[in-house]
Write a protein that binds this ligand. Structure first.
Ligand code: HEM
Ligand code: HEM
Length: 175
């Protein structure tokens, strides 16, 4: 039943690269903030911002790629599950764009330009405003981040449910 590997319809190579490199960038951005929180070094907050901005650029390219990519035909599953997967994928895209944007706005409203790996800086392109800096800080840490954790865990749990319980080889589409 499930030795259909050869005939599995996969996402395009570009979509698979976009998917896994986004996941790695998210992981690295998170590890950088953990290092910063534990070692209190400015090196790591700088790297957190630079990797976060890299993820933002990557996600913009990913959305463009997605618009022009034909998704592989959906596997047979109840309609509500299909709907939930589409909805949660959409939310993940939105969160991965909103998160670095909130970080960027927090920094520039706080009066700090953002250094990108020592290569160039994103200048302060707004009039600094403590209230708005605080607002985007709260959005970044208290609202969007918990949502990223929740939706990512749900996403990974769903992938393993397909792999281990339904055994429908869904994971192979993204491998
Ligand atoms: C998707 C990309 C990003 C993710 C997943 C992310 C995640 C996080 C997390 C988990 C924290 C710690 C929250 C806490 O205190 O518990 C944090 C803090 C922070 N992030 Fe990001 N971030 C991203 C992008 C950015 C960007 C692009 C910038 C700035 C250009 C930025 C600036 C900051 C700053 C300054 C803090 C420290 C806030 C504080 O200590 O009050 N982040 N981020
Ligand atoms: C162990 C980690 C992960 C596994 C096993 C996994 C697995 C998958 C699979 C199998 C699909 C395709 C679903 C389908 O064909 O219907 C998919 C799509 C997707 N994944 Fe993941 N994923 C992982 C991590 C992540 C992370 C960390 C994110 C971002 C937070 C993410 C975001 C997405 C998005 C947005 C899609 C939809 C793609 C599209 O419609 O363009 N994934 N994932």
């Amino acid at each position: 039943m499930n030795n259909i590997n050869a005939s599995v319809s996969k996402w395009s190579v570009a979509s698979r690269l976009f998917h896994w490199i986004s996941a790695v960038l998210l992981l690295v951005t998170w590890i950088m903030i953990l290092l910063y929180q534990n070692l209190d070094s400015n090196l790591y907050i700088g790297l957190h911002k630079a990797f976060g901005i890299s993820l933002l650029c990557w996600m913009i390219a990913r959305v463009i790629n997605r618009v022009f990519t034909k998704a592989p035909p959906a596997l047979p599953m109840p309609k509500w599950q299909l709907l939930m997967s589409k909805l949660s994928h959409f939310v993940l895209y939105a969160l991965l764009i909103a998160m670095p944007l909130a970080g960027l706005l927090m920094s520039v409203y706080g009066g700090r330009p953002v250094d990108i790996f020592g290569l160039f800086q994103i200048p302060i392109f707004v009039t600094p405003d403590r209230g708005l800096a605080r607002f985007y800080n709260d959005l970044h840490t208290d609202i969007i981040w918990p949502m990223i954790i929740a939706f990512t865990l749900l996403h990974i749990a769903a992938a393993f449910y397909h792999q281990l319980v339904k055994k429908d080889n869904l994971m192979a589409r993204m491998k």
